[in-house]
Design a binder for this molecule. Structure first.
Ligand code: GLN
Length: 311
């Protein structure tokens, strides 16, 4: 019965989103992303029993971009545990995802693992002790394992496009290097960072990969224990407070779920105990978060009563 309700709500949202004229602006600072169709819309919701409600372009792969940062954070915490927090903070930044100003005030220690500087510091930790190719292989295999889908791949055209134009990220990385926050050569760390941002996944694959966060660290269908429940809870807390950069307050206010956005227009959201959700709408708002992605998630949580803050 409730799966029928969910199927209906997901289909209705996709229909409503198809008609919206306000679609935001597709990211253009990574030239390859500017080619994406602004009319695309996909939504996939996977319930605790494994039921998948999907609509629109839910099976079309898109560039996950910063959503990859949830998974690199998970890997880095597995590798370093609380040592990770020596090089990156856990507070919302209140500034843009690629902001440089805060880094100087805070002596090269990024505010949180989801702004670009923080994610680059996390990638550097994963890279230590490995060749860039091996570290990238580990990240990709982790995504494939979580999604149960070995076809997931990196979009090389997107990675190269960002590598050619990623001057700001290079500035952030060099600046952190000057404070000794990065251990590896800057170009190696950036190479791995650009490539994990360029992983392409569909909403269905992404929602599958996020299931462990919705279910206390465990994938309820496979029984795989991905992380201890305490770690899943803490990753969710960071997604809620920092997952949408300076739009995190607005996302919590309107949607009421932990969520992580990417400039490819995707959002991964977690309804603890209930569902893992992925939405894709390439047009962005002023903070660089998917505009219709947020609108769709707001409708979903309201209609299903899923906000973590109450119905
Ligand atoms: N790869 C992108 C960048 O570094 C990720 C940003 C994002 O998705 N918000 O600029």
């Amino acid at each position: 019965m409730s799966n029928q309700l969910l199927d209906r709500v997901v289909a209705e949202i996709a229909d409503e989103m198809a008609q919206r004229a306000d679609r935001g602006e597709v990211a253009s600072y990574i030239p390859e992303l500017a080619r994406v169709d602004p009319k695309a819309f996909g939504l996939a919701v996977i319930g605790a029993d494994g039921h998948v409600a999907a609509a629109g372009d839910a099976d079309v792969p898109f560039s996950i971009q910063s959503i990859s940062k949830v998974f690199t954070l998970t890997l880095a915490l597995g590798k370093a545990g609380d040592r990770l927090w020596r090089r990156v903070g856990r507070e919302p930044s209140g500034s843009a995802f690629n902001s440089i100003v805060q880094l100087e005030h805070e002596r090269g220690i990024p505010r949180n693992p989801f702004i670009n500087a923080g994610a680059i510091a996390v990638t550097d930790l994963i890279l230590s002790g490995h060749q860039p190719r091996e570290a990238l292989g580990d990240i990709l295999r982790f995504m494939q394992f979580l999604a149960g889908d070995s076809s997931i791949a990196i979009d090389e055209a997107v990675a190269k496009s960002e590598q050619r134009t990623g001057f700001r990220n290079a500035a952030l990385a060099n600046y952190m290097k000057s404070f000794g926050v990065l251990d590896n050569p800057v170009e190696y760390t950036l190479g791995v960072y650009f490539h994990h941002c360029a992983i392409a996944m569909s909403c269905r694959q992404l929602a599958m990969a996020g299931r462990f966060l919705a279910h206390s660290g465990q994938n309820p269908s496979t029984g795989h224990n991905v992380v201890p429940s305490e770690r899943a809870r803490r990753i969710n807390a960071l997604m809620l407070t920092c997952g949408h950069y300076d739009g995190s307050g607005e996302f919590a206010y309107r949607v009421g779920l932990p969520g992580k956005s990417g400039v490819g227009g995707g959002v991964l959201a977690v309804a603890p105990g209930r569902a893992s959700i992925a939405v894709w709408a390439p047009g962005l708002d002023a903070a660089g978060n998917s505009h219709l992605g947020r609108v769709a998630l707001e409708m979903l949580t309201r209609r299903m009563g899923w906000s973590i803050f109450g119905v």
